[in-house]
Design a protein around this ligand. Structure first.
Ligand SMILES: [Zn+2]
Length: 301
């Protein structure tokens, strides 16, 4: 079984509060290998990391949704600390207009990094899903969103797996492993002791897990597109009433989730005007698949 652990390192909007740091979401994926990804890196993210279960030296890919300071101001310090801890492996950073902003950030002050930073420009216009990372077990993709400045959402898509139906092979008295299964998965059929077996007789598709992080955005069709049937949608809910600003409100997210059919929704980027946690919890009580993010919250999928 594979496991995804999402850790909320920062959940406020624009201005931090005593309880909420600037935005950052860490995703740990465990299968045959372990992978660690950071989405956004607001000011103070490295201190949040040190207070969490996240190991920052294992992060090889950082994804910035847009260049508003609350989403990237922690990058400078985090990159410095990685250098001081003698990181050697290259670090990949993805963002809309990465070349324009990263170049400036990497040349601030008298620092020299003992590792390479590889920049990736992410498309921020149109309605297409862009594949940024394509590994044997998963993909990380992006899609443009609506925030008044170049901004994107990111999605982690685990690939579907073909699994052998153990009950069925016991019933048919077939061996539990061997080259027969490699052949049937590759060719769609295979022969054992003179009988031909079809793939659909012995195998089934296990659907891959799917997590989406909206970054800052007004509700938009692209979010519906990227989060269709998601196991977890982490969405901007800066406001709990409609403010008509370049973010989303609770009602708008509820409406969007009806179309997207996400199984679980976590609202984040919460404005500091909402200091009373109990009041917020009461607002989402009738919504069974909704939760409000808190700093250091961990969600396992
Ligand atoms: Zn923003």
């Amino acid at each position: 079984m594979t496991k995804i652990t999402v850790t909320f390192l920062g959940t406020t909007a624009s201005i931090p509060t005593a309880k909420r740091n600037h935005p950052a979401v860490h995703l740990n994926y465990q299968s045959y290998m372990e992978h660690n990804f950071l989405f956004d890196c607001g000011e103070g993210t490295q201190r949040q990391i040190f207070s969490s279960n996240v190991n920052f030296m294992r992060i090889d890919h950082i994804f910035i949704t847009h260049w508003h300071a609350d989403h990237f101001a922690g990058l400078f310090g985090l990159l410095e600390t990685m250098g001081l801890e003698k990181r050697k492996e290259p670090l990949h950073i993805y963002a809309p207009e990465a070349d324009k902003f990263l170049e400036r950030l990497l040349n601030l002050g008298y620092s020299s990094k003992p590792y390479e930073v590889i920049q990736h420009n992410v498309e921020f216009e149109g309605n297409e899903i862009q594949i940024l990372l394509n590994e044997s077990e998963f993909q990380i993709v992006s899609i443009p969103v609506k925030h008044g400045v170049p901004a994107v959402a990111y999605g982690f898509f685990e690939k579907n797996r073909l699994k052998v139906d153990k009950e069925q092979i016991e019933k048919l008295k077939l061996p539990s492993q061997g080259p027969f299964y490699k052949k049937i998965k590759e060719k769609g059929s295979a022969t054992f002791k003179g009988r031909e077996y079809k793939l659909e007789e012995l195998c089934f598709v296990e659907k891959g897990k799917h997590v989406v992080y909206s970054g800052d955005t007004m509700p938009c069709r692209n979010i519906v597109k990227i989060s269709k049937d998601a196991d977890l949608l982490i969405h901007d809910s800066t406001y709990f009433e409609d403010m008509k600003r370049k973010h989303s409100s609770l009602d708008q997210v509820i409406q969007l989730v009806k179309d997207a059919d996400a199984k679980q929704v976590i609202l984040t980027h919460i404005s500091r005007r909402y200091q009373n946690e109990k009041e917020l919890e009461d607002k989402i009580k009738p919504l069974k698949n909704f939760r409000i993010a808190k700093d250091f919250m961990e969600v396992v999928i």
